[in-house]
Ligand binder design. Structure first.
Ligand SMILES: [Mg+2]
Length: 356
């Protein structure tokens, strides 16, 4: 199966709820949609998320440039990974380069599984099973936080996440207690500071949160500061969670070596696509670290099914409006689609509407 062409299209997709964090708001989902065509008639599909529309055009153009390298090559993920690692050895495979490479990798795995006629999870040696998920919310303010929590529990979720880092610790606690009062003791609450606190402030705020039944405290300080995360972790009994910003398993290795975190939550794109995820899953397994996913729910559901220390899939729907088959959830679990590949296929009418 030989690659004949790569197409990359930029869209800016509306969100049901803006992703508000203590360090800024993501109002829309800027995505680059990748189609890798092959001489077998199979098209591998994936998308990458650029966080800000400012990076959309550059990411799309980089992918189109990479398409000229891929044309004529066998559609084999491991081989293309080696080729692209070589091409970017001098520049460095991080940032937009890593994102583009990961998008290509995910699209190639999709094509490979389609060629076998099986869902990606089966190609990876797993089976379609329900993947426990949590519903991921924003820094919504008390009223909306409670409304979304009640709705999530009504949909069957037994874990949810809220972003905090309000102006004061008192506000953080007020929102958590309001959610807890609305949903009861049986639902797990996770909190995410989105890197917004200094190390001393994270310890000061984290201590009283220990009494609130929080199941993890995510990125309490700057994600690059592994030593700082380690100090916070030593000072608190709350499990520390991080990983969505690790660009490749080298960063994951450094974070784990520093003792930065109890839990891991790589992002399928930043960690390096399916290929990068499998390496990260092996690393988490060897260190005994529970591993969750970060966004990219359509590909992550397949990957979580073959992750030895699989913990929770994040349900945050960034691409649903432009997908022909948005990922379904039942009883708090992601339902892996029974279609060949990842199951990603486009809703072309929606793409035309949100094209950039
Ligand atoms: Mg986060």
């Amino acid at each position: 199966m030989i690659i004949t062409a790569l197409t990359a299209r930029a869209v800016n997709v509306p969100l049901e709820y803006p992703v508000r964090t203590s360090v800024g708001t993501v109002a829309t989902a800027p995505l680059v949609l990748i189609d890798i065509a092959t001489d077998a008639g199979i098209v591998g599909r994936a998308y990458v998320f650029t966080y800000t529309p400012l990076a959309l055009a550059a990411t799309r153009d980089l992918l189109i440039a990479l398409g000229t390298v891929l044309a004529g090559q066998p559609a084999v993920p491991a081989d293309i990974d080696r080729v692209l690692e070589g091409r970017f050895r001098l520049l460095g495979a991080t940032g937009l380069v890593r994102m583009a490479m990961a998008g290509i990798d995910m699209a190639l795995w999709d094509a490979a599984a389609q060629r076998l006629g099986v869902p990606l999870v089966e190609m990876l040696g797993g089976t379609r099973r329900p993947i426990p998920a949590y519903d991921s919310h924003s820094m919504d303010g008390e009223a909306l936080a409670v409304e979304r929590a009640v709705r999530a529990v009504g949909q069957g979720f037994s874990t949810l996440k809220t972003k905090i880092g309000y102006a004061t610790l008192a506000e953080d606690i007020r929102v958590i207690r309001a959610i807890r009062a609305a949903i009861g003791e049986d639902v797990q609450i996770l909190v995410d500071y989105n890197q917004s606190l200094s190390v001393p402030e994270a310890i000061r705020r984290g201590k009283p949160l220990e009494a609130e039944g929080i199941a993890w405290i995510e990125e309490p300080t700057r994600q690059e500061d592994y030593q700082g995360h380690a100090r916070i972790r030593q000072a608190l009994t709350l499990p520390v969670q991080m990983g969505e910003n690790w660009f490749g398993i080298d960063e994951m290795t450094k974070a784990l070596d520093a003792g930065a975190t109890d839990l891991a939550m790589p992002d399928a794109m930043k960690i390096g696509g399916v290929t990068g995820w499998l390496r990260a899953a092996a690393l988490a397994h060897s260190r005994g670290i529970p591993m969750s996913s970060h966004i990219f729910q359509e590909v992550s559901c397949h990957l979580m099914a073959v992750t030895p220390t699989a913990h929770l899939l994040e349900r945050m729907d960034l691409a649903g409006p432009i997908l022909a088959h948005p990922l379904p959830f039942e009883a708090g679990c992601a339902v892996i689609p029974d279609r060949p590949g990842t199951g990603i296929d486009w809703n072309e009418a929606a793409i035309a509407r949100y094209a950039v």
